[in-house]
Design a binder for this molecule. Structure first.
Ligand SMILES: Nc1ncnc2c1ncn2[C@@H]1O[C@H](COP(=O)(O)OP(=O)(O)O)[C@@H](O)[C@H]1O
Ligand SMILES: Cc1ncc(C[n+]2csc(CCOP(=O)(O)OP(=O)(O)O)c2C)c(N)n1
Ligand SMILES: [Mg+2]
Ligand SMILES: [Mg+2]
Ligand SMILES: [Mg+2]
Length: 321
């Protein structure tokens, strides 16, 4: 169907983010070079001399960051971190980055310098380089990062391997970035503990390969919210997941911030995105690797529940909603 013949064209918001992804990906052929993808945190591509893990996430000004909330350096670090967490969620380690940068003619070089310095800092922290990229003009400041990685001989840990009886576990922080977002949105700039988490996530990079080596059956990074992202695992694995409320720690700091704002800290922990924590499932008989905490169980059926019941607003962040 050509662009002019689409009499019944819908808007993207009618389809929603995940409907739109299905629309542009479903039914397309798969070449032998694509070992995995699309549909997971990263694709796995074959090369005659090995395999490459690849993922892209785009950050757009005033959608993913505000320059009156974060410095360009912090935005640069976040743009890299959100991609590296998708590499970790496959059980892979990063090998390099490509960066697409779109900015207006009037953009200050201070902003570009800061973005580049932040991206380099986060990359150097895991021992990799920005190996290339592209620069274009745009009315909206946009940073698009592609991260590449390798599996070190392990099998990729996908979203689709969870089995009834598995334990669900998480590594990393939950709810901190959402608390920071709530603080910033109300015009405050402190406490730094949560505002800092919104500006720059601290994904548990090492926990991904550790989980893979420990026999994790599925894994995902939490960008949209714990319940929403476990929903992707449940759907891909055709299982149900029950999160145990009493196993999900509500940090004292979040309780304090929530009480100051009249917010619900458990809601941040269960539905807040952008901490780039990892969630994975493990066979029940295995002991969890270091840094991982059990938060629930995998069962037969479909969907995600908390203590056996549906939870309000468990859809998490979705673009065009
Ligand atoms: N425009 C697109 N074309 C092909 N695949 C896409 C597109 N947008 C998203 N995807 C794929 O859809 C899946 C879900 O995307 P997304 O929710 O952004 O993943 P994540 O939260 O891990 O970054 C991923 O496998 C991603 O590669
Ligand atoms: C100015 C601003 N408004 C809102 C948010 C909140 N926010 C933006 S994107 C997002 C979810 C994650 O982004 P997405 O592009 O869906 O990442 P992906 O799941 O693809 O990794 C959240 C919670 C923010 N960080 N900054
Ligand atoms: Mg992901
Ligand atoms: Mg992502
Ligand atoms: Mg994405």
């Amino acid at each position: 169907m050509g662009p002019d013949s689409s009499q019944d064209a819908q808007t993207v918001s009618q389809l929603g983010e995940f409907g739109l992804i299905r629309r542009v990906t479903s039914g397309r052929g798969q070449s032998p070079g694509t070992l995995l993808g699309p549909g997971d945190d990263a694709a796995v591509l074959s090369a005659s001399d090995g395999r490459v893990v690849a993922t892209t996430d785009v950050l757009v000004q005033n959608v993913h960051f505000r320059l009156d909330w974060s410095t360009p350096h912090q935005v640069g670090r976040k743009a890299v971190a959100v991609n590296l967490s998708d590499i970790a969620a496959m059980g892979a380690v990063p090998t390099g980055l490509l960066v697409g940068l779109a900015c207006s003619a009037e953009e200050s070089t201070t902003v570009v310098d800061g973005l580049a310095a932040g991206m380099w800092e986060e990359a150097r922290g895991v021992g990799i380089d920005l190996a290339g990229g592209d620069m274009v003009t745009s009315t909206t400041l946009t940073v698009s990062v592609t991260a590449l990685g390798e599996l070190e001989g392990r099998e990729p840990v996908t979203r689709s391997g969870a089995r009834p009886g598995d334990v669900v576990a998480v590594a990393g922080r939950l709810g901190w970035a959402a608390a920071g977002l709530a603080v910033l949105a109300r015009g405050f700039r402190s406490p730094l503990a949560v505002v800092g988490a919104q500006r720059v996530p601290e994904p548990p990079y090492e926990a991904g390969p550790l989980a893979a080596a420990a026999g994790a059956t599925s894994m995902i990074d939490i960008s949209d919210g714990l319940l929403a992202d476990l929903g992707h695992v449940a759907e891909a694995s055709q299982v149900s997941i029950d999160v145990r409320g009493d196993q999900v720690e509500i940090p004292q700091r979040l309780i304090e911030v929530a009480s100051a704002l009249g917010a619900n800290p458990q809601h941040w922990v269960l539905t807040g995105g952008e901490d780039q924590a990892l969630a994975a499932t493990f066979p029940a008989e295995r002991s969890l690797p270091q840094g991982w905490t059990a938060v629930g169980t995998v069962g037969r059926g479909r969907g995600v529940t908390v203590d056996g019941a549906d939870y309000d607003e468990q859809e998490g962040w979705q673009h065009w909603r």
